[in-house]
Design a protein around this ligand. Structure first.
Ligand code: GLU
Length: 383
């Protein structure tokens, strides 16, 4: 037992569990024994009063096996078709395993565009919380058969991090094929050591992870660290651990030192700001002057038209944009109250002048501070 772990887990109620393809599938397609064992553990946790939401991969791996396809699928249509074959089987296997424990499951298939639309995002949140109230386990996967690049999460680690935010999880458990994060690639060096605790995800920590994957996985350790960074930044601890290890979930919840624990960072972004920062793709840029930069960064103020010097891109009211300084440093991301063309007309002006120029004034601010997320670091972004 480890006191840091017990302290971190002390008030855990809602757990987001992500299981990767490499855990669920063996040479014979879906590994029913592993799935049964993990489901048994999830059901035990549910009976102990925890609420569980599961994000699971395995559709493509299962479809490939059914179709006797070996090696990696290359094209998107092939992956989409394999997922269409495998997703049904994946759900059947899970629901049978849960039913053995007298518990039900619900399937939710998502694309990124379901989460970038605020209304659909809220609908998903309501569905998930109702299922949790009913003690039904939501089983989520990317809707691979319809997802193309522009609306893809990229990998299920990213999807799982977004769902952890939606349900305001107390813990994110990412079950994978390795024991956790190693200080160097364990498949290349015998000296690689497992890191049990990460207090902060620094560049050095990110550098330890590679994007090397198994023949069925996506993203590798790198995408798991990125997901860990996203959730810990909003105050959710994350544990990366080996999904095939016996009793892994009960060991984690007992505070045993298994896998790698990433501690939550103290500054917590609320759910809406997380959505703005991590779910939405920016549609344009506002270049702002030094006065506005100071107001945003040091004083926590909203962005007014007077501080804007230029507008790049075409976007509409409510769209997400990046705010940059005159040197091209990324400062913040937020939702605009005015469309690009309107901002071009009112930039540099004082708030009372908005009405006389546009003929309407719905807001004083171009971006209200409640819809503005400061990036924290001033990364240069290429145009
Ligand atoms: N959605 C994919 C599947 O179920 C997996 C994506 C991933 O593992 O990141 O097969």
């Amino acid at each position: 037992m480890n006191s840091k772990r017990l302290e971190t887990l002390a008030h855990t109620k809602k757990i987001l569990i992500k299981i990767g393809s490499a855990v669920l599938s063996g040479s014979e397609g879906l590994d029913l024994k592993i799935i049964d064992a993990l489901v048994q553990e999830m059901c035990d946790l549910t009976r102990r009063g925890f609420s569980i939401v599961l994000v699971t991969s395995g559709a493509i791996a299962s479809g490939k096996h059914r179709l006797n396809i070996t090696g990696k699928l290359k094209s998107i249509p092939e992956k989409q078709a394999a997922a269409a074959v495998g997703q049904g089987r994946l759900m059947r296997v899970y629901s049978k395993a849960f039913e053995k424990n007298n518990l039900f499951v619900a399937q939710i298939l998502l694309t990124l565009s379901d989460l970038t639309d605020r209304q659909r995002y809220l609908n998903i949140r309501n569905t998930l919380s109702t299922l949790m109230e009913w003690h039904v386990t939501p089983i989520i996967n990317e809707n691979d058969s319809v997802a193309v690049d522009e609306i893809k999460f990229g990998d299920n680690d990213n999807l799982a991090a977004m769902i952890a935010n939606i349900i305001e999880a107390d813990l994110f458990i990412n079950l994978t094929a390795t024991d956790g994060l190693y200080d160097c690639n364990p498949s290349e060096s015998k000296k690689a050591k497992l890191i049990p605790l990460v207090c902060e995800i620094t560049d050095e920590i990110e550098g330890m992870a590679t994007s090397e994957t198994s023949s069925v996985g996506t993203g590798g350790m790198k995408s798991k660290i990125i997901a860990a960074k996203k959730v810990t930044s909003i105050g959710i601890p994350c544990i990366i651990a080996a999904g095939k290890k016996k009793k892994i979930l009960s060991d984690i919840m007992a505070g045993k030192e298994v896998g790698t624990l990433f501690l939550p960072q103290t500054s917590r972004l609320n759910s809406k700001k997380y959505w703005i920062a991590n779910t939405l793709r920016p549609r344009g840029r506002l270049i702002i002057d030094d006065g506005a930069k100071k107001a945003l960064l040091d004083k926590g103020k909203s962005l007014l038209p007077s501080g804007i010097t230029a507008v790049e891109g075409e976007f509409d009211t409510g769209d997400p944009v990046h705010c940059m300084d005159s040197e091209g440093n990324l400062l913040a991301k937020g939702l605009v109250n005015y469309a690009a063309n309107d901002i071009r007309k009112i930039l540099g002006l004082k708030t009372p002048q908005i009405f006389s120029v546009l003929g309407h004034k719905d807001y004083d601010e171009v971006i209200h501070r409640d819809n503005l997320v400061i990036t924290g670091d001033t990364k240069k972004i290429k145009s």
